[in-house]
Design a protein around this ligand. Sequence first.
Ligand SMILES: [Ca+2]
Ligand SMILES: [Ca+2]
Ligand SMILES: [Ca+2]
Length: 121
Amino acid sequence: MKIALIAAAAGLTFASAVYANDDWKAIDTDGNGSISKAEHDAGVTAAWTKKDANSDGQLSAAEAGMKPGADWTAADADSNGSLSSAEFTAKKSAWFATADADGNGSISKAEHDAAKMAKKR
Ligand SMILES: [Ca+2]
Ligand SMILES: [Ca+2]
Ligand SMILES: [Ca+2]
């Protein structure tokens, strides 16, 4: 029981990660402990659909959970003030490429955590 509580607390810490622990498990559909580009893209599409609260096919900054700023401006490639699925996927794919430190086409948990730390700096 105590271990479960500790695990839950750790889960809360990771909730601020690019992927929360639960998300990681959901995205790693073949359960091999790393996220392939295909798994990543499927996860991104699912996340985008979930975030599009009013189902207008576009994510506002609020729906995307982003603050207007350099990140947002870069992601909104056509500058129409919202993110299309393609724009959202492009942004996440850029992160994927950066996080895949050994360039093997999939993100291990260690690569994910390292990318997360780098983002904080
Ligand atoms: Ca996998
Ligand atoms: Ca846009
Ligand atoms: Ca990798």
